[in-house]
Ligand binder design. Sequence first.
Ligand code: 4AD
Ligand code: MG
Length: 482
Amino acid sequence: MMTPTIARLLQMPPSADPVEVQAWVRTKRSSKNVVFIALNDGSTMRNLQAVVNLDDGTITEADLAEVTTGAAVRLKGNLIPSPGSEQAVELKTCAVHVLGPADPEAYPLQPKKHSFEFLREKAHLRFRTNVFGAVFRMRHAMTYAIHTFFHERGFYNIHTPIVTASDCEGAGAMFRVSTLDPKAPPLLPDGSIDWSQDFFGRSTNLTVSGQLEAELAAMALGKVYTFGPTFRAENSNTSRHAAEFWMIEPEVAFADLNDNADLAEEFLKFLVKWALDHCKDDLEFLNKRFEEEEKTKKQEERSEFNLLDKLRFVLDNKFERLTYTEAIEILKNSPPNKKKKFQYPVDRWGIDLQSEHERYLVEKHFKKPTILTDYPKEIKAFYMRLNEDGKTVRAMDVLAPGIGEIIGGSQREERYEVLKRKCEEMKVPTESIWWYLEIRRFGTAVHSGFGLGFERFLMFVTGIGNIRDVQPFPRTPKSAEF
Ligand code: 4AD
Ligand code: MG
């Protein structure tokens, strides 16, 4: 039976008409002969307060014995004005039915603050906490906002394959997909595995990005985007890396790197504004949490803004744009570099930027989101368009305060001969991506795109510091329990 959600009930006026509500008990407390039950059904951050008057004689203490934190209940009553300042209405209860009790001795979630580490071990129950309710409602809202953004701008959503024979990023950090018997795989005369006998007749993996296929679609449909799971088997046990994460990858025909940077900035601002406009209760809660968390940090590690101010600041300011070469000059002359405070010193052009460098630029130097472009070709993927200098490529990374790299993208190498030479130089196996090269021979055109890490963005917009806490069931090295 469907009953109105708590979100809906809280907006209804007081009335003598009976209503029913089904939800989980957050807390129960009594004062004299009145019992207050806080109910939550996930439809909103807010609880519905149910009031049971034991003096009436209709509901007895025994009826409430199993009404404990975590139990699923159905209550009947009518909405009356609430004397409390927290809510406009509360439920004057006339019937209580326990649908699913939760043994108070065994139920792990108590009405108090639990650590994120503890809650990760209780991932089957952590949805029931305020913070995870807020995070996953926002994850949904942002998904909806992403599709809205692209749909309104004439982009088509393309579903690119999850199982693939190509390695888009060329980093080799892929999960193999195989049905061969690991104990006795078929072998070639030289002793290596004969992948031609595997399910797909070749060696396959889980995709690290849908970009290569999205480019093919953009060369016909014009503006496309993917939004799907991607997998990386890199053994980075950091707060910003997951082995399974979702990526949004727009790809646009006839767009150059400047258009690409404009799109990325417009996109991020649209999403931040959406969050501020549509997720008010959840964001206010997360903002308070963020402020409390910051108080526990050392002065120098504290962020200058609270979460809401940070989001508004991002909305109101133009992103800084500069080249890698300019960034290296700033970093070389920066106080932490001169005082040898960086773990990786910035001593020459050509080094890969580490997250400490990115965060210095964003948080200390510019103090706003920053788009770095035109990186050395050696540290970027094979598909990025080579600049006239022959040394740099039309790459772009968007760096966000508190996170570092949130978007990676580029103008693509659309010239067949240049791309072919690049693949040879970088030892990219072209047999598995012959189609990626061939499309450059038939109506090739300037085009660009980028990938936004969905979880990195969620960390940014919720203020949650660990990627494991913005995914319902995180996949990280040595962890795939749920
Ligand atoms: O910079 P990356 O590797 O770029 C690509 O995959 C391109 N093919 C995208 C494109 O141009 N279409 O990854 C893009 C973004 C990163 O900026 C980061 O936000 C996120 O994906 N990301 C990860 N997020 C969580 N865990 C990981 N292990 C991630 N690796 C990348
Ligand atoms: Mg990147």
